[in-house]
Write a protein that binds this ligand. Structure first.
Ligand SMILES: [Zn+2]
Ligand SMILES: [Zn+2]
Length: 270
């Protein structure tokens, strides 16, 4: 199992000199499961991923967490959609394909952009086998969990011969008392990647927006006994220095746990 981050930013892409290290592209993760290429979310990070994949393979699985724009907006710029040899099987969030299709509707009968979805050369289909709450991808079992987020979102757990990886973005953990279904969902994972958009001092006014701070993500990691915790969905206002400070604080609170922040280009091997 090999994972590479192509987009780590939350809410909206945030390029600039202050986000070079951890990245400015919005959520997109590439997973290699056995011989399969699996992508989670189509944020702006899927654009450079598409360039890397183009011509190298003819089938990918695209798993969607939910339909907020930061998780979809890169899809019209995913080069494989213009490759007639390409098949993209969309799964996960039940209306994932519908959300992607809507990106191609301009409301105008003429004009070259966006290209109408039905004219895209690639085969892009909803795969009903890739549906919550669990499905198989070869020798990997994939499970999903409902998350706490406006309009909903789902997390993914991948169990395979090399171990277990959990990916949870766009999830608000409560200030007290962790949801037991999420502790069970994450239990014993080698790696937990979790939303960490906010600092604890920011949570007051942002409570209810569907994102977590580092102490709650850390508490979940410790309660579930995971091997490694990686923060993601960095706030668009968070500079590289501030992300690193957050990681340093979390490490100081849990010196025995490996804690990092997701960065574009970062690769995890299980
Ligand atoms: Zn988001
Ligand atoms: Zn969201």
């Amino acid at each position: 199992m090999r994972l590479r981050f192509w987009g780590t930013r939350g809410s909206i892409p945030a390029p600039g000199p202050d986000t070079v290290r951890f990245g400015g592209n919005s959520t997109c993760v590439q997973l290699e499961l056995g011989g399969r290429q699996v992508i989670i979310d189509a944020g702006s990070g899927i654009r450079p991923l598409g360039r890397a994949l183009l011509g190298r393979m003819h089938e990918v699985v695209l798993l969607i967490t939910h339909l907020h724009p930061d998780h979809l907006l890169g899809f019209p710029f995913f080069a494989p959609i213009f490759d007639p040899r390409m098949t993209i099987r969309v799964g996960g969030w039940p209306n994932g394909l519908l959300g992607l299709r809507r990106l191609f509707y301009s409301g105008r009968p003429v004009g070259g952009f966006p290209v109408p979805f039905d004219l895209l050369p690639a085969t892009i289909v909803r795969d009903p086998a890739l549906a919550p709450p669990r499905f198989r991808l070869g020798e990997y079992m994939v499970r999903t969990a409902p998350l706490s987020h406006p309009q909903g979102s789902i997390g993914y757990r991948f169990d395979g011969p090399e171990g277990c990886l959990v990916f949870i973005t766009d999830n608000e953990l409560p200030p007290q008392g962790l949801p037991s279904h999420l502790v069970d969902f994450c239990r014993g994972a080698n790696v937990l990647i979790h939303d960490c958009q906010y600092l604890p001092q920011e949570m007051g006014p942002f409570r209810g927006r569907g994102h977590s701070d580092w102490p709650s993500a850390l508490a979940l990691a410790l309660a579930a006994g995971v091997g490694r915790l990686i923060f993601t969905h960095h706030d668009p206002e968070r500079s590289d220095l501030q992300v690193q400070q957050m990681v340093d604080q979390a490490r100081a609170h849990a010196p025995k746990l490996a804690v990092d922040a997701a960065a574009e280009g970062m690769v995890l091997e299980l």
